[in-house]
Design a protein around this ligand. Structure first.
Ligand SMILES: CC1=N[C@H](C(=O)O)[C@@H](O)CN1
Length: 304
């Protein structure tokens, strides 16, 4: 019987087969598909910690707060619309990022030299101060961090992994009088129940917690912002990425540069208590020392 000639494989068929085989190999090896990167149309995994007003979940399950909303706006403008929100403890966010469990942190994390040695920060998205949550009436008369080293009777809760812990240690407060908690809510509860005298945390969080429990709690007023080595340690909040993901950082920064400080941005963050006074210095219009380019990524928290 005469043999039929074999049909020549079409070029398209060969390409399709090669793609299918590659996808199968990646799936079998559990390697990330090179086309599924955050900045080329895949899903970006964004880590956050529960700390209103920076980040929290609504009763309906939507992740919101100043940091997720600004992140969402910047990512959407960058063409990255598929976001998976990943909840973590504040202290675990950087390890989770470095371990590849998440691709970005949106938690109001302050830029500090220590952190900047490990991760790549975006342009800062806000600038905030510190605070102290105390029981109503401020029975211990707490008005700063600096004097607490001498006050042997005073104990404070601090968020595990947050800058306030380190600041207080640098200001001489003994570790035995500082009680790390996993999240802001646990710190607030410790103050309410009288287990500690105060919760040292960033200003917006303290203000919100005090507002939510006006009968029991208040934000210490007046409050003197901490100064370490002669420098203010107010916080510049930014998004964090793996250092090797510089193209993603550039892409987000490009959008932040055009967005932060616009009326649209201010309207977006206003419900969370942020406004023109919490803009990062680089975004303040007509500031004489406003940097010309994308460079300003160094925080103002010396040695932290
Ligand atoms: C949102 C936040 N930022 C600071 C930090 O980055 O350590 C701390 O104040 C803890 N909470």
């Amino acid at each position: 019987m005469p043999r039929l000639p074999r049909p020549a494989p079409s070029l398209l068929g060969v390409i399709a087969l090669a793609c299918a085989v590659t996808t199968l190999i990646y799936a079998l090896m559990e390697l990330p598909d090179p086309d599924d990167t955050a900045w080329s149309g895949g899903t970006i995994r964004v880590g956050y910690a529960l700390e209103p007003p920076y980040a929290y979940r609504t009763p309906e399950g939507t992740v919101t707060g100043e940091a997720p909303e600004v992140a969402r706006a910047a990512l959407t403008r960058a063409g990255i619309t598929r976001v998976r929100w990943v909840l973590g403890d504040f202290n675990a966010l950087i390890p989770d990022l470095l371990a590849g469990h998440i691709d970005m942190i949106a938690a109001g994390m302050f830029v500090t030299p220590d952190r900047a040695a490990r991760v790549a920060f975006s342009l800062p998205t806000s600038s905030v101060g510190q605070g102290l949550l105390v029981r109503r009436g401020n029975p211990r008369g707490l008005h700063d961090y600096a004097s607490l080293a001498e006050r042997n009777e005073v104990t404070l809760a601090v968020l595990d992994g947050a800058v306030e812990h380190r600041q207080l240690l640098l200001l001489g407060m003994p570790a035995e009088r500082l009680f790390p908690v996993a999240d802001a809510h646990a710190g607030m509860t410790a103050v309410r129940k009288g287990r500690v005298d105060g919760l040292a945390l960033s200003g917006p969080t303290v203000t919100l917690l005090a507002r939510q429990h006006p009968d029991e709690l208040e934000a210490a007023r007046p409050f003197t912002q901490p100064v370490i080595d002669g420098k203010s340690v107010s916080g510049l909040c930014a998004f964090a990425f793996r250092k090797e993901d510089a193209p993603l950082v550039d892409r987000v920064n490009e959008q932040l540069r055009a967005f932060i400080g616009t009326p649209e941005h201010l309207a977006l963050v206003q419900p969370f208590g942020f406004d023109g006074s919490t803009l990062p210095p680089w975004a303040v219009p007509d500031r004489p020392d406003k940097p010309a380019g994308p460079g300003e990524q160094v925080g103002r928290s010396p040695g932290l």
